[in-house]
Ligand binder design. Structure first.
Ligand SMILES: *Cc1c(COP(=O)(O)O)cnc(C)c1O
Length: 430
Protein backbone atom coordinates (compact mmCIF):
# COMPACT_ATOMS: atom_id res chain seq x y z
CA UNK A 1 0.00 0.00 0.00
CA UNK A 2 1.54 3.28 -1.06
CA UNK A 3 0.56 6.04 1.32
CA UNK A 4 2.30 8.72 -0.69
CA UNK A 5 -0.01 8.17 -3.60
CA UNK A 6 -1.89 11.43 -4.22
CA UNK A 7 -5.66 11.27 -3.82
CA UNK A 8 -7.13 11.50 -7.26
CA UNK A 9 -10.19 13.70 -7.16
CA UNK A 10 -12.31 11.38 -9.24
CA UNK A 11 -11.47 8.20 -7.40
CA UNK A 12 -14.34 7.30 -5.06
CA UNK A 13 -13.45 7.25 -1.40
CA UNK A 14 -14.63 3.65 -1.16
CA UNK A 15 -11.18 2.60 -2.29
CA UNK A 16 -9.54 4.30 0.69
CA UNK A 17 -12.18 2.98 3.09
CA UNK A 18 -11.56 -0.54 1.86
CA UNK A 19 -7.84 -0.18 2.50
CA UNK A 20 -8.55 1.12 5.99
CA UNK A 21 -10.90 -1.76 6.68
CA UNK A 22 -8.07 -4.06 5.71
CA UNK A 23 -5.75 -2.32 8.17
CA UNK A 24 -8.33 -2.51 10.97
CA UNK A 25 -8.76 -6.25 10.57
CA UNK A 26 -5.00 -6.57 10.67
CA UNK A 27 -4.76 -4.40 13.79
CA UNK A 28 -7.42 -6.46 15.52
CA UNK A 29 -5.61 -9.68 14.77
CA UNK A 30 -2.38 -8.21 16.13
CA UNK A 31 -4.11 -7.02 19.28
CA UNK A 32 -5.69 -10.40 19.89
CA UNK A 33 -2.29 -12.01 19.57
CA UNK A 34 -0.61 -9.58 21.95
CA UNK A 35 -0.99 -9.96 25.71
CA UNK A 36 -0.28 -6.27 26.50
CA UNK A 37 -3.16 -4.09 27.80
CA UNK A 38 -2.05 -1.24 25.57
CA UNK A 39 -5.19 0.44 24.21
CA UNK A 40 -5.65 0.74 20.48
CA UNK A 41 -8.46 2.91 19.22
CA UNK A 42 -10.43 1.06 16.62
CA UNK A 43 -12.43 3.02 14.06
CA UNK A 44 -15.31 0.76 13.08
CA UNK A 45 -16.95 1.37 9.74
CA UNK A 46 -20.49 0.17 9.14
CA UNK A 47 -20.69 -2.99 7.06
CA UNK A 48 -22.71 -1.25 4.37
CA UNK A 49 -19.65 0.68 3.26
CA UNK A 50 -17.98 -2.59 2.40
CA UNK A 51 -20.93 -3.50 0.17
CA UNK A 52 -20.37 -0.53 -2.12
CA UNK A 53 -18.26 -1.94 -4.95
CA UNK A 54 -14.58 -1.37 -4.53
CA UNK A 55 -13.04 1.02 -7.02
CA UNK A 56 -11.45 -1.40 -9.49
CA UNK A 57 -8.99 0.94 -11.18
CA UNK A 58 -6.50 1.80 -8.48
CA UNK A 59 -3.83 0.26 -10.69
CA UNK A 60 -4.77 2.45 -13.68
CA UNK A 61 -4.81 5.52 -11.46
CA UNK A 62 -1.37 4.67 -10.16
CA UNK A 63 -0.06 4.34 -13.70
CA UNK A 64 -1.59 7.67 -14.66
CA UNK A 65 -0.17 9.44 -11.61
CA UNK A 66 3.26 7.89 -12.25
CA UNK A 67 3.22 9.08 -15.88
CA UNK A 68 2.27 12.60 -14.85
CA UNK A 69 4.97 12.59 -12.18
CA UNK A 70 7.50 11.65 -14.84
CA UNK A 71 6.42 14.71 -16.80
CA UNK A 72 4.26 12.96 -19.43
CA UNK A 73 1.57 15.07 -21.09
CA UNK A 74 -1.44 12.90 -20.26
CA UNK A 75 -4.69 13.91 -21.99
CA UNK A 76 -7.71 12.91 -19.92
CA UNK A 77 -10.87 12.03 -21.80
CA UNK A 78 -12.18 10.28 -18.72
CA UNK A 79 -14.31 12.83 -16.87
CA UNK A 80 -17.81 14.04 -17.69
CA UNK A 81 -17.32 17.63 -16.66
CA UNK A 82 -17.60 20.26 -19.42
CA UNK A 83 -14.66 22.64 -19.80
CA UNK A 84 -16.91 25.44 -21.11
CA UNK A 85 -17.50 28.28 -18.62
CA UNK A 86 -20.95 29.09 -17.20
CA UNK A 87 -22.68 31.85 -19.25
CA UNK A 88 -21.94 35.40 -17.98
CA UNK A 89 -25.54 36.31 -17.34
CA UNK A 90 -25.89 33.51 -14.78
CA UNK A 91 -22.70 34.58 -13.00
CA UNK A 92 -23.91 38.20 -12.89
CA UNK A 93 -27.13 37.15 -11.18
CA UNK A 94 -25.18 35.12 -8.63
CA UNK A 95 -22.86 38.05 -7.89
CA UNK A 96 -25.76 40.46 -7.43
CA UNK A 97 -27.82 38.09 -5.29
CA UNK A 98 -24.87 36.96 -3.20
CA UNK A 99 -24.52 40.59 -2.04
CA UNK A 100 -28.13 40.73 -0.85
CA UNK A 101 -28.43 39.91 2.90
CA UNK A 102 -31.94 38.54 2.27
CA UNK A 103 -30.20 35.56 0.68
CA UNK A 104 -27.78 34.91 3.52
CA UNK A 105 -30.08 32.95 5.79
CA UNK A 106 -31.30 29.38 5.57
CA UNK A 107 -33.31 28.81 2.43
CA UNK A 108 -36.55 26.80 2.49
CA UNK A 109 -36.18 23.03 2.18
CA UNK A 110 -38.18 22.65 -1.01
CA UNK A 111 -36.73 25.70 -2.78
CA UNK A 112 -37.99 29.29 -3.15
CA UNK A 113 -41.40 29.43 -4.76
CA UNK A 114 -40.02 31.71 -7.50
CA UNK A 115 -37.40 29.04 -8.34
CA UNK A 116 -40.04 26.30 -8.47
CA UNK A 117 -42.21 28.54 -10.64
CA UNK A 118 -39.29 29.06 -13.03
CA UNK A 119 -38.86 25.27 -13.22
CA UNK A 120 -42.58 24.86 -14.00
CA UNK A 121 -42.37 27.56 -16.72
CA UNK A 122 -39.33 25.86 -18.24
CA UNK A 123 -41.00 22.44 -18.20
CA UNK A 124 -44.03 23.83 -19.92
CA UNK A 125 -42.01 25.68 -22.52
CA UNK A 126 -39.62 22.77 -23.14
CA UNK A 127 -41.85 19.67 -22.83
CA UNK A 128 -45.42 20.99 -22.81
CA UNK A 129 -45.80 19.47 -19.32
CA UNK A 130 -47.81 21.36 -16.67
CA UNK A 131 -46.51 21.23 -13.10
CA UNK A 132 -47.88 22.64 -9.85
CA UNK A 133 -44.84 24.54 -8.54
CA UNK A 134 -46.08 24.14 -4.96
CA UNK A 135 -46.34 20.34 -4.93
CA UNK A 136 -44.71 18.98 -8.03
CA UNK A 137 -41.27 20.65 -7.92
CA UNK A 138 -38.46 20.26 -5.36
CA UNK A 139 -35.06 21.98 -5.56
CA UNK A 140 -31.94 19.83 -5.21
CA UNK A 141 -28.32 20.52 -4.33
CA UNK A 142 -27.38 19.02 -7.69
CA UNK A 143 -29.40 16.06 -8.96
CA UNK A 144 -26.91 13.52 -7.56
CA UNK A 145 -28.03 14.61 -4.11
CA UNK A 146 -31.67 13.93 -4.94
CA UNK A 147 -30.90 10.60 -6.61
CA UNK A 148 -29.01 9.41 -3.52
CA UNK A 149 -31.79 10.57 -1.20
CA UNK A 150 -34.73 9.04 -3.04
CA UNK A 151 -33.59 5.56 -1.94
CA UNK A 152 -33.97 5.94 1.85
CA UNK A 153 -37.52 7.19 1.21
CA UNK A 154 -38.65 4.10 -0.73
CA UNK A 155 -36.21 1.25 -0.13
CA UNK A 156 -35.54 -0.81 2.98
CA UNK A 157 -33.93 -4.16 3.81
CA UNK A 158 -35.47 -6.91 1.67
CA UNK A 159 -36.55 -4.54 -1.09
CA UNK A 160 -35.27 -4.64 -4.63
CA UNK A 161 -34.20 -1.62 -6.64
CA UNK A 162 -34.01 -1.92 -10.42
CA UNK A 163 -30.73 -0.47 -11.61
CA UNK A 164 -29.65 -0.01 -15.25
CA UNK A 165 -26.17 -1.30 -16.01
CA UNK A 166 -23.92 0.11 -17.32
CA UNK A 167 -25.08 3.20 -15.45
CA UNK A 168 -24.43 6.14 -13.19
CA UNK A 169 -22.94 4.54 -10.05
CA UNK A 170 -25.22 6.44 -7.64
CA UNK A 171 -28.25 4.18 -8.41
CA UNK A 172 -26.35 1.18 -7.09
CA UNK A 173 -24.64 2.91 -4.17
CA UNK A 174 -27.84 4.74 -3.12
CA UNK A 175 -29.68 1.41 -2.97
CA UNK A 176 -26.96 -0.20 -0.86
CA UNK A 177 -26.79 2.73 1.57
CA UNK A 178 -30.56 2.29 2.05
CA UNK A 179 -30.01 -1.44 2.79
CA UNK A 180 -31.83 -2.47 -0.38
CA UNK A 181 -30.76 -5.00 -3.00
CA UNK A 182 -29.86 -3.71 -6.47
CA UNK A 183 -31.14 -5.84 -9.35
CA UNK A 184 -29.36 -5.14 -12.59
CA UNK A 185 -31.29 -4.35 -15.76
CA UNK A 186 -28.61 -4.97 -18.42
CA UNK A 187 -28.46 -2.34 -21.18
CA UNK A 188 -27.33 -4.30 -24.22
CA UNK A 189 -26.31 -2.98 -27.61
CA UNK A 190 -28.68 -5.41 -29.34
CA UNK A 191 -31.56 -3.71 -27.46
CA UNK A 192 -30.27 -0.24 -28.29
CA UNK A 193 -29.17 0.03 -24.65
CA UNK A 194 -32.77 0.01 -23.38
CA UNK A 195 -33.74 -2.29 -20.47
CA UNK A 196 -35.83 -5.35 -21.31
CA UNK A 197 -38.67 -5.26 -18.76
CA UNK A 198 -39.82 -8.76 -19.73
CA UNK A 199 -36.45 -10.15 -18.64
CA UNK A 200 -36.96 -9.07 -15.02
CA UNK A 201 -37.75 -12.23 -13.00
CA UNK A 202 -41.37 -12.34 -11.78
CA UNK A 203 -40.36 -13.12 -8.18
CA UNK A 204 -38.19 -9.97 -8.11
CA UNK A 205 -41.15 -7.85 -9.16
CA UNK A 206 -42.98 -8.50 -5.89
CA UNK A 207 -40.10 -6.91 -4.03
CA UNK A 208 -39.19 -4.21 -6.54
CA UNK A 209 -39.92 -0.73 -5.15
CA UNK A 210 -38.06 1.63 -7.43
CA UNK A 211 -36.56 1.80 -10.92
CA UNK A 212 -34.25 4.27 -12.61
CA UNK A 213 -34.06 5.00 -16.32
CA UNK A 214 -31.57 7.50 -17.76
CA UNK A 215 -31.76 8.87 -21.31
CA UNK A 216 -29.87 10.41 -23.02
CA UNK A 217 -27.72 7.81 -21.29
CA UNK A 218 -24.46 8.00 -19.42
CA UNK A 219 -22.28 6.12 -20.39
CA UNK A 220 -23.75 4.61 -23.60
CA UNK A 221 -25.02 7.92 -25.11
CA UNK A 222 -28.19 6.06 -26.16
CA UNK A 223 -31.48 7.93 -26.38
CA UNK A 224 -35.06 6.81 -25.64
CA UNK A 225 -38.28 7.51 -27.50
CA UNK A 226 -41.56 8.56 -25.95
CA UNK A 227 -42.77 5.08 -26.81
CA UNK A 228 -40.13 3.57 -24.51
CA UNK A 229 -41.27 5.89 -21.71
CA UNK A 230 -44.87 4.76 -22.32
CA UNK A 231 -43.83 1.16 -21.79
CA UNK A 232 -41.86 2.10 -18.67
CA UNK A 233 -44.83 3.96 -17.19
CA UNK A 234 -47.23 1.07 -17.96
CA UNK A 235 -44.79 -1.39 -16.39
CA UNK A 236 -44.32 0.73 -13.25
CA UNK A 237 -48.09 1.19 -12.87
CA UNK A 238 -48.71 -2.54 -13.21
CA UNK A 239 -46.15 -3.45 -10.56
CA UNK A 240 -46.44 -0.46 -8.19
CA UNK A 241 -42.89 0.69 -8.76
CA UNK A 242 -41.66 4.22 -8.14
CA UNK A 243 -40.33 5.20 -11.55
CA UNK A 244 -37.47 7.69 -11.66
CA UNK A 245 -36.17 9.24 -14.86
CA UNK A 246 -32.73 10.83 -14.73
CA UNK A 247 -32.84 13.43 -17.48
CA UNK A 248 -29.54 15.20 -16.76
CA UNK A 249 -28.65 15.27 -20.48
CA UNK A 250 -31.99 16.34 -21.95
CA UNK A 251 -30.45 19.55 -23.32
CA UNK A 252 -27.21 18.00 -24.60
CA UNK A 253 -28.50 16.72 -27.93
CA UNK A 254 -27.46 17.10 -31.57
CA UNK A 255 -28.59 17.17 -35.19
CA UNK A 256 -32.01 18.56 -34.30
CA UNK A 257 -32.88 15.70 -31.92
CA UNK A 258 -34.93 16.80 -28.88
CA UNK A 259 -34.99 14.45 -25.91
CA UNK A 260 -38.46 13.87 -24.43
CA UNK A 261 -39.46 13.99 -20.75
CA UNK A 262 -41.06 10.91 -19.22
CA UNK A 263 -43.76 13.25 -17.90
CA UNK A 264 -44.99 13.77 -21.46
CA UNK A 265 -46.56 10.31 -21.17
CA UNK A 266 -50.19 10.43 -20.15
CA UNK A 267 -50.59 9.17 -16.59
CA UNK A 268 -46.84 9.33 -15.90
CA UNK A 269 -47.42 11.63 -12.96
CA UNK A 270 -49.23 8.77 -11.19
CA UNK A 271 -46.00 6.81 -10.77
CA UNK A 272 -43.03 8.86 -11.96
CA UNK A 273 -40.69 11.66 -11.09
CA UNK A 274 -37.90 13.13 -13.17
CA UNK A 275 -34.53 14.43 -12.03
CA UNK A 276 -32.97 17.39 -13.78
CA UNK A 277 -29.85 19.33 -13.35
CA UNK A 278 -28.44 22.63 -14.50
CA UNK A 279 -24.98 21.01 -14.39
CA UNK A 280 -24.84 19.79 -17.97
CA UNK A 281 -27.54 22.01 -19.52
CA UNK A 282 -25.87 25.28 -18.53
CA UNK A 283 -22.27 24.23 -17.78
CA UNK A 284 -22.85 24.59 -14.03
CA UNK A 285 -21.44 21.36 -12.59
CA UNK A 286 -19.69 23.15 -9.73
CA UNK A 287 -22.76 25.16 -8.75
CA UNK A 288 -24.83 22.24 -7.42
CA UNK A 289 -28.23 23.23 -8.75
CA UNK A 290 -30.87 20.72 -9.74
CA UNK A 291 -34.50 19.76 -9.21
CA UNK A 292 -36.96 16.88 -9.19
CA UNK A 293 -40.48 17.13 -10.62
CA UNK A 294 -43.55 14.95 -11.01
CA UNK A 295 -45.68 12.85 -8.64
CA UNK A 296 -46.38 14.92 -5.50
CA UNK A 297 -46.45 11.93 -3.11
CA UNK A 298 -43.11 10.58 -4.33
CA UNK A 299 -41.60 14.05 -4.02
CA UNK A 300 -43.00 14.35 -0.49
CA UNK A 301 -41.00 11.22 0.47
CA UNK A 302 -37.84 12.67 -1.03
CA UNK A 303 -38.49 15.99 0.73
CA UNK A 304 -38.93 14.25 4.08
CA UNK A 305 -35.49 12.68 3.79
CA UNK A 306 -34.00 15.98 2.68
CA UNK A 307 -35.48 18.02 5.56
CA UNK A 308 -33.51 15.72 7.87
CA UNK A 309 -30.18 15.80 6.08
CA UNK A 310 -29.78 19.16 4.33
CA UNK A 311 -31.06 22.69 4.57
CA UNK A 312 -31.75 23.62 1.00
CA UNK A 313 -30.03 25.37 -1.84
CA UNK A 314 -28.31 28.78 -1.37
CA UNK A 315 -30.87 31.34 -2.52
CA UNK A 316 -28.37 33.28 -4.64
CA UNK A 317 -27.83 30.06 -6.63
CA UNK A 318 -31.58 29.63 -6.98
CA UNK A 319 -31.78 33.18 -8.41
CA UNK A 320 -28.97 32.30 -10.81
CA UNK A 321 -30.86 29.13 -11.74
CA UNK A 322 -33.96 31.20 -12.54
CA UNK A 323 -31.86 33.37 -14.87
CA UNK A 324 -30.55 30.23 -16.58
CA UNK A 325 -33.98 28.65 -17.04
CA UNK A 326 -35.75 31.84 -18.13
CA UNK A 327 -33.18 33.78 -20.06
CA UNK A 328 -30.21 31.80 -21.30
CA UNK A 329 -30.40 30.06 -24.63
CA UNK A 330 -27.99 31.65 -27.16
CA UNK A 331 -24.92 30.60 -25.17
CA UNK A 332 -26.27 27.08 -25.02
CA UNK A 333 -26.72 26.94 -28.78
CA UNK A 334 -23.08 27.91 -29.08
CA UNK A 335 -22.11 25.22 -26.55
CA UNK A 336 -24.01 22.59 -28.53
CA UNK A 337 -22.28 23.71 -31.71
CA UNK A 338 -18.92 23.23 -29.97
CA UNK A 339 -19.94 19.78 -28.68
CA UNK A 340 -21.20 18.78 -32.14
CA UNK A 341 -17.83 19.64 -33.70
CA UNK A 342 -15.98 17.69 -31.02
CA UNK A 343 -18.30 14.71 -31.34
CA UNK A 344 -17.73 14.64 -35.09
CA UNK A 345 -13.99 14.88 -34.57
CA UNK A 346 -13.91 11.93 -32.15
CA UNK A 347 -16.29 9.67 -34.09
CA UNK A 348 -14.76 10.46 -37.51
CA UNK A 349 -11.26 9.84 -36.16
CA UNK A 350 -12.22 6.51 -34.57
CA UNK A 351 -14.03 5.44 -37.74
CA UNK A 352 -10.98 6.29 -39.85
CA UNK A 353 -9.04 3.90 -37.58
CA UNK A 354 -11.48 1.07 -38.29
CA UNK A 355 -14.27 1.55 -35.76
CA UNK A 356 -17.83 1.58 -37.12
CA UNK A 357 -19.59 4.04 -34.83
CA UNK A 358 -22.70 6.06 -35.35
CA UNK A 359 -22.69 9.62 -34.10
CA UNK A 360 -24.52 9.76 -30.76
CA UNK A 361 -27.60 12.00 -30.66
CA UNK A 362 -27.02 13.04 -27.06
CA UNK A 363 -24.57 13.46 -24.12
CA UNK A 364 -20.89 14.30 -24.47
CA UNK A 365 -19.76 10.68 -24.51
CA UNK A 366 -18.77 8.15 -27.11
CA UNK A 367 -19.29 4.52 -26.03
CA UNK A 368 -17.15 2.34 -28.24
CA UNK A 369 -16.20 -1.34 -28.35
CA UNK A 370 -12.58 -2.26 -27.66
CA UNK A 371 -10.65 -4.03 -30.45
CA UNK A 372 -11.32 -7.76 -30.88
CA UNK A 373 -9.51 -10.03 -28.42
CA UNK A 374 -8.99 -7.45 -25.65
CA UNK A 375 -10.96 -6.53 -22.56
CA UNK A 376 -11.57 -2.92 -21.65
CA UNK A 377 -9.05 -2.74 -18.83
CA UNK A 378 -6.25 -4.07 -21.07
CA UNK A 379 -7.23 -1.62 -23.80
CA UNK A 380 -7.43 1.37 -21.45
CA UNK A 381 -4.04 0.46 -19.92
CA UNK A 382 -2.40 0.30 -23.34
CA UNK A 383 -3.90 3.61 -24.49
CA UNK A 384 -2.68 5.21 -21.28
CA UNK A 385 0.82 3.74 -21.38
CA UNK A 386 1.51 4.09 -25.07
CA UNK A 387 -0.54 7.13 -26.10
CA UNK A 388 -0.71 8.90 -22.75
CA UNK A 389 -4.46 9.28 -23.19
CA UNK A 390 -6.86 8.40 -20.36
CA UNK A 391 -10.27 6.95 -21.28
CA UNK A 392 -12.73 5.14 -19.00
CA UNK A 393 -13.10 1.33 -19.07
CA UNK A 394 -16.68 0.09 -19.42
CA UNK A 395 -16.40 -1.78 -16.14
CA UNK A 396 -16.41 1.55 -14.31
CA UNK A 397 -20.16 1.54 -14.99
CA UNK A 398 -21.17 -2.11 -14.60
CA UNK A 399 -20.01 -5.71 -14.40
CA UNK A 400 -21.84 -7.51 -17.22
CA UNK A 401 -19.87 -9.31 -19.92
CA UNK A 402 -20.80 -6.83 -22.61
CA UNK A 403 -19.63 -3.89 -20.53
CA UNK A 404 -16.13 -5.40 -20.43
CA UNK A 405 -15.86 -4.90 -24.18
CA UNK A 406 -16.55 -1.14 -24.16
CA UNK A 407 -14.81 2.07 -23.19
CA UNK A 408 -16.07 5.63 -22.82
CA UNK A 409 -14.55 8.79 -24.25
CA UNK A 410 -15.75 12.19 -22.96
CA UNK A 411 -15.39 15.07 -25.35
CA UNK A 412 -15.26 17.68 -22.60
CA UNK A 413 -11.90 19.03 -23.80
CA UNK A 414 -11.10 21.55 -26.52
CA UNK A 415 -10.74 20.36 -30.14
CA UNK A 416 -6.99 20.88 -30.21
CA UNK A 417 -6.43 18.47 -27.32
CA UNK A 418 -9.00 16.05 -28.68
CA UNK A 419 -7.30 16.06 -32.04
CA UNK A 420 -3.94 15.41 -30.41
CA UNK A 421 -5.47 12.55 -28.38
CA UNK A 422 -7.00 10.99 -31.49
CA UNK A 423 -3.73 11.27 -33.40
CA UNK A 424 -1.89 9.49 -30.61
CA UNK A 425 -4.47 6.69 -30.43
CA UNK A 426 -4.31 6.41 -34.22
CA UNK A 427 -0.63 5.49 -34.03
CA UNK A 428 -1.28 2.43 -31.86
CA UNK A 429 -1.54 -1.00 -33.46
CA UNK A 430 -4.09 -3.37 -31.94
C1 LIG B 1 -23.87 14.38 -14.41
C2 LIG B 1 -24.97 13.44 -14.11
C3 LIG B 1 -25.96 13.77 -13.18
C4 LIG B 1 -26.07 15.08 -12.49
O1 LIG B 1 -25.17 15.50 -11.68
P1 LIG B 1 -25.40 16.78 -10.75
O2 LIG B 1 -24.25 17.65 -11.07
O3 LIG B 1 -25.38 16.22 -9.38
O4 LIG B 1 -26.71 17.41 -11.06
C5 LIG B 1 -27.01 12.89 -12.98
N1 LIG B 1 -27.08 11.75 -13.67
C6 LIG B 1 -26.16 11.42 -14.58
C7 LIG B 1 -26.35 10.16 -15.35
C8 LIG B 1 -25.07 12.24 -14.82
O5 LIG B 1 -24.15 11.87 -15.71
Amino acid sequence: MDRRRPHSHDRPRADRVHRRLGRIIQTRTQRAARPSKEAIVIIKYAKRLKKIPEYPFAELDRKKAALIEKGADVISLAVGDPDIPTPKKIIETLAREAANPANHQYPSYEGMLIFREAVARWYHKRFGVTLDPKKEVVSLIGSKEGIAHIYPAFVQAGDISLVPSPGYPVYNAGTILAEGTPLVMPLLSRNNFLPDFDAIPAEALDKARIMFVNYPNNPTAATASLDFYKRAVAFAREHDIVLCSDNAYSEITYDGYKAPSILEVEGAKDVAIEFHSLSKSYCMTGWRCGFAVGNADILAGLAQVKTNVDSGLFQAIQHAGITALDEVSDDMQEMLQTFTERRNLVVDSLNSMGWKLEKPKGTFYVWAPVPEGMDCVQFVARVLEEAHVAVTPGTAFGAEDEVKRFFRISFTLNSKRLEEAMERIGKLKF
